[in-house]
Ligand binder design. Structure first.
Ligand code: BG6
Length: 493
């Protein structure tokens, strides 16, 4: 579908996210001829820069994030011709006149305001946009995380932005929803008849969702110290993945049909009490170690670190969903930095066969398992039992593999490309609604409060491992293992 012409205004337009992700994504869309020829990108910042100074920064900071093979001087020049730089102090209404002057007034030009700024600026920006007449009915606003740091601040953001923009104009980004594999999960569940009848407590034993990163906190210490793994990854990315795995079939893929179902999952997550929390939530912090053979410092020794920091860089949770479909099925969620590998995957483990007709005892059968891989490559793996060739009925686990990159040799879109395109088209399905955001914080908040009130520290784990031993114990208590712990056994069979 062709896009209508737009002025995209980026607050925080000279910041890290814009340079690393947003501008490279826009370049890719431009190169793929997705952007209307006259569409413009207006970057807003506090610096008193000329356009030339801004473009020098883009050259230096954004260009290196574009795959060299996709850069041609002509394309780059055409892309740069779309830019304007406007110097605005987000909190000072008087400075918005420069933005008013720079924007087009034709009703046919959609206005998109992308707020890649700290959330503390959202309220002032929205109010100032309204007071200078820029927040019109053909405007949209995009909100980047962190969308609050607890339930109250999330509610405040919703209220502040909601005073100026209608819910249908608000795009709350969770970039995990823009990942190809996450949308493929919708296709897998609701485009096939095979899995849905089994997708329930009668047949599924447990679900594991892991987002592991080898990277440490890098140069984001300032932000990370106010966040930690629970706020940074669990409250948003992991819960959104859980919603897509666990939701009931939506009526359609229209925004509210999908978001209504996701909301029901969030509302039916079992609330933690101090007792259940102590048992079911593990937090950790990396100490020095080796990642890919390279020695790396512990979190407390990273540049600008607080040597006594209690910020968690790892969290594992055993969650439960109180519905007819899922009662009693544990959802183990975990995420961490400086882990043994960089991967994101969802593992759906089915129940064991009820009885074996083969000489082999039932216990030695591997239960079927579906692995939905999001990163590093997206794909599916289905583990089945098969007979080994030759005499006798000796069964062995085998894998059916589907590599989406191999299967579809068409160009792919990065999550930000996909989501920006959806914003420009006005498609809200892959964005969070205000009530979803609040429901996610409602579930997370007791954990935050418990940690704040407790004297305990995050459990240390060595960089380059899978997190504290307590995370293995969390799942081991139920007689289960994380997938990587179970793998060697399967290979030995
Ligand atoms: C971001 C977090 O939202 O997601 C980062 O703030 C994290 O801490 C990143 O590294 C992970 O995203 P991806 O797409 O690289 O898995």
């Amino acid at each position: 579908m062709a896009l209508t012409d737009f002025d995209l205004v980026m607050f925080g337009g000279s910041g890290d996210l814009a340079m690393r992700k947003l501008l490279p994504a826009l370049y890719a869309l431009d190169r793929a001829k997705e952007l209307p020829p006259t569409a413009r990108i207006l970057c807003v910042g506090r610096h008193d820069w000329t356009l030339k100074q801004f473009l020098d920064t883009v050259n230096e900071a954004a260009k290196p994030h574009i795959a060299p093979g996709s850069l041609t001087p002509a394309m780059w020049e055409a892309f740069c011709a779309r830019f304007a730089y406007v110097s605005v102090d987000a909190t000072d209404a008087a400075t918005y006149q420069a933005l008013v002057d720079a924007m087009r007034t034709d009703a046919g030009v959609t206005r998109v305001f992308y707020l890649a700024t700290p959330p503390s600026l959202f309220a002032s920006i929205c109010l100032n946009l309204a007071s200078c007449g820029l927040a019109t009915s053909n405007s949209r606003v995009v909100l980047e995380k962190p969308l609050g740091r607890d339930l109250d601040s999330a509610r405040q953001i919703n209220a502040d932005v909601g005073r100026v923009f209608a819910e249908s104009q608000i795009f709350r980004i969770d970039h995990y929803l823009g990942k190809e594999a996450v949308q493929n999960l919708l296709a897998l569940r609701f485009g096939n008849v095979l899995f849905e009848p089994l997708w329930r407590r009668e047949w599924i034993s447990d679900v594991q969702i892991t987002i592991a990163e080898e990277l440490g906190v890098g140069n984001r210490m300032g932000y990370y110290e106010t966040s930690g793994a629970l706020r940074d990854m669990m409250q948003n990315h992991l819960l959104q993945l859980l919603c897509i795995v666990a939701m009931e079939p939506p009526l359609s893929v229209t925004p509210d049909a999908v978001r209504d179902e996701k909301l029901k999952v969030l509302c039916s997550l079992k609330r933690f009490t101090p007792t259940t929390l102590a048992l079911n939530v593990i937090r950790g912090q990396y100490r020095s170690g080796h990642v890919n053979g390279v020695a790396v410092p512990g979190y407390r020794k990273e540049p600008d670190a607080d040597p006594q920091s209690r910020t968690e860089t790892f969290v594992a949770v055993k969650a439960e969903i109180d519905t007819w479909r899922w009662a009693g099925v544990p959802f183990y969620l975990r995420t961490g930095k400086r882990m043994a590998d960089s991967l994101a995957e969802i593992v759906v483990r089915f129940k064991s066969i009820p009885h074996s007709i083969f000489a082999q005892s039932t216990g030695s059968f591997q239960p079927n398992c579906l692995v939905i891989r999001l990163q590093p490559d997206d794909g599916l793996q289905l583990n089945l039992m098969a007979k080994t060739p030759g005499d006798g009925m000796r069964l062995k686990p085998v894998e059916l593999e589907l590599d989406f990159r191999e299967t579809f040799r068409t160009p792919r879109m990065d999550a930000y490309e996909r989501l920006l395109l959806d914003v420009l088209r006005g498609h809200l399905t892959l964005f969070m609604r205000s009530d979803e955001l609040e429901a996610a914080w409602e579930w997370v908040e007791p954990i935050l409060n418990f940690w704040e009130q407790s004297d305990s520290e995050p459990m240390p784990y060595t960089a380059g491992t899978w997190g504290p031993a307590a995370a293995s114990a969390l799942i081991g208590r139920d007689g289960l293992q994380w997938r990587e712990e179970a793998l060697p056994e399967m290979e030995e069979e």
